[in-house]
Design a protein around this ligand. Structure first.
Ligand SMILES: N[C@@H](CCC(=O)N[C@@H](CS)C(=O)NCC(=O)O)C(=O)O
Length: 213
């Protein structure tokens, strides 16, 4: 059984959703990042960057245990382990990796900064942060909206891929980062349609609902 070390955050939810969608049994270990548990030596041993999520798979390559940190690496590891959610052919696999990397470098770090600047007191620093990171977040939502204008899933035809799970983790928090900068998911109708469809999937709903704190 896979051990999932995580918390109730966008990056944490990506992995519970992926595990549910892939039908892999797992045990949750809550790492309470509000109480600094990510700095405990036992967690640093599997996640040296002191961030959730991380996994331990007792049945890793060659039959022995393996630990994996960084949500993108975990998603690729799980897809390769199961042969699921990585695309039906080489072209789809490229698209899956493109959109996974797009999320890891964009629609994650930038709305994440919006979340942080929303917590700052009124003033020029808050205004600068919300303008800079808010504009980039809106641009990224626009790119995603265009991508989803003629397809059901972000990178694959026959079902969701790990790219959908990665992006979903962040869109799941759209009310916070879009609402916080005075807009909403309604401004991105294709993303909105995709989001509703993903959240209506029983396995995704289970991964989004499992207790992570
Ligand atoms: N690139 C990392 C980012 C993970 C990340 O930012 N995790 C946050 C919660 S969403 C965290 O653990 N923060 C605790 C800390 O920075 O000390 C990934 O995708 O796994």
């Amino acid at each position: 059984m896979i051990e999932l070390y995580t918390y109730d955050t966008p990056n944490g939810r990506k992995i519970s959703v992926a595990l549910e969608e892939m039908g892999l049994p797992y045990t949750v270990h809550v790492v309470d990042i509000t109480r600094q548990q990510q700095f405990e030596p036992s967690f640093l041993a599997i996640s040296p960057n002191n961030k959730i999520p991380a996994i331990v798979d007792p049945d890793g390559p060659g039959g022995g245990p393996i630990s994996v940190f960084e949500s993108g690496a975990i998603l690729i590891y799980l897809a390769e382990k199961t042969g699921k959610c990585m695309g039906a052919n080489a072209r789809e696999r490229v698209a899956v990796l493109e959109w996974l990397m797009w999320q890891m470098g964009g629609l994650g770090p930038f709305p994440g900064q919006v979340h942080q600047f929303l917590l700052q007191p009124e003033g020029p620093a808050r205004e600068f942060g919300l303008t800079r990171y808010g504009n980039e977040t809106k641009r990224l939502y626009g790119v995603l909206d265009k991508r989803l204008s003629d397809r059901t899933f972000v990178a694959t035809a026959d079902g969701p891929s790990i790219a959908d799970f990665a992006i979903l983790g962040w869109v799941w928090r759209h009310e916070r980062h879009l609402g916080g900068i005075g807009t909403s998911l309604d401004a991105y109708p294709n993303v909105s349609r995709w989001y509703q469809a993903m959240m209506a999937r029983p396995a995704t709903a289970k991964g989004m609902g499992v207790a992570l704190k």
